[in-house]
Write a protein that binds this ligand. Structure first.
Ligand code: GRG
Length: 293
């Protein structure tokens, strides 16, 4: 499979879905809808929603059925970035290669745009078609738990509290598993659930998501050290400056690279039960590992 055209066509499909599901920028009050759309359509790679669609296909489902879940996940991901960029959190001026939401709309509207993106994700899921094995309460709970105080927010709290302190590998792993891997895992799990996956399939997809999610964040840590702001589209070198708990800071660059590769192999192994059906998930995992680092 050729990855570039595949990614482009999936990105388009997700953009169209998001455009359809979000209130138009002119809807009252326009400021909030402009701010939500500003961050949502800022050129994100759409990795999580693409993984969601690929997981649905891997489990024998249709991508149309998975699309609302994919869009909901991208709304949650974007909310977390908007809030993370705020002066009271990571204090970043650039995201996805352009000024952050609060730089354009002010802190108050950026907080509300994040809130509204998180909230609309639940509305989108609540309108989606569910499958025989996974009813609406299961799907809504899946999203709520992943975005909640014991997963995404837990990771962010631990990340904030670790700043400027000496962390060990277990602590960094905890941060990454919750801040990054939990939403990524839920992306593929929702795709699988939309496809009415068996327990065995869902278990394999979950293992894949966890390993890939952790590898993805370790690579992100490495890129922060090795790449420029221009290449990243966000401020490089911030982790060291802010004394963040990262893999390179705790175990060094070489060991971090080896750990990312080990986890990517683990992710591949989790897909063995699907045979050729997991071709797109395998290609996506390779794409994440092959980022320049
Ligand atoms: C505010 C509750 C709350 C959580 C914030 C998302 C996050 C947690 C922090 C942002 C910084 C960070 C390192 C997040 C880890 C996930 C990550 C690598 C995000 C960037 O994801 P990409 O590369 O970005 O998929 P695009 O812009 O392409 O979507």
């Amino acid at each position: 499979m050729t990855l570039k055209p595949y990614l482009k066509s999936r990105q388009k499909m997700i953009d169209r879905g998001l455009d359809r599901l979000l209130p138009k920028a002119s809807v009252k009050p326009p400021t909030i809808h402009k701010a939500m759309r500003y961050s949502l359509f800022a050129g994100g790679k759409r990795l999580r929603p693409i993984l969601c669609l690929a997981a649905a296909e891997t489990c024998g489902g249709k991508i149309d059925r998975a699309l609302p879940f994919a869009c909901a996940i991208e709304c949650i991901h974007t909310y977390s970035l908007v809030h993370d960029d705020l002066p009271s959190m990571d204090d970043d001026d650039f995201r996805r290669g352009r000024p952050t939401c609060h730089k354009v709309f002010g802190d108050g509207i950026a907080v509300l745009a994040g809130d509204a993106l998180l909230t609309i994700a639940f509305e989108i899921v609540s309108r989606a078609k569910f499958s025989r094995r996974y009813d609406m309460s299961i799907l809504l709970r899946e999203v709520a738990v992943a975005a909640g105080s014991q997963k995404l927010i837990a990771g962010q709290v631990a990340d904030l509290e670790a700043e400027g302190k000496k962390s060990g590998q277990a602590q960094v792993r905890y941060i990454h598993e919750n801040k990054t891997a939990a939403i990524l895992t839920t992306s593929v799990r929702l795709g699988a659930m939309s496809a009415n996956a068996s327990a065995k399939q869902l278990n394999a997809i979950t293992k894949f998501g966890r390993a890939l999610g952790l590898a993805f964040q370790i690579i992100d840590d490495i890129l922060d050290v090795t790449q420029t702001t221009e290449i990243l589209g966000k401020s490089a070198g911030k982790d060291i400056a802010a004394q963040k708990a990262t893999y390179p800071a705790v175990i060094g660059l070489e060991k971090s690279r080896a750990e990312a590769q080990r986890l990517t192999r683990q992710a591949h192994n989790a897909l063995s039960i699907f045979g050729a059906k997991a071709e797109s998930l395998r290609a996506l995992a390779n794409y994440l590992l092959e980022r320049e680092y």
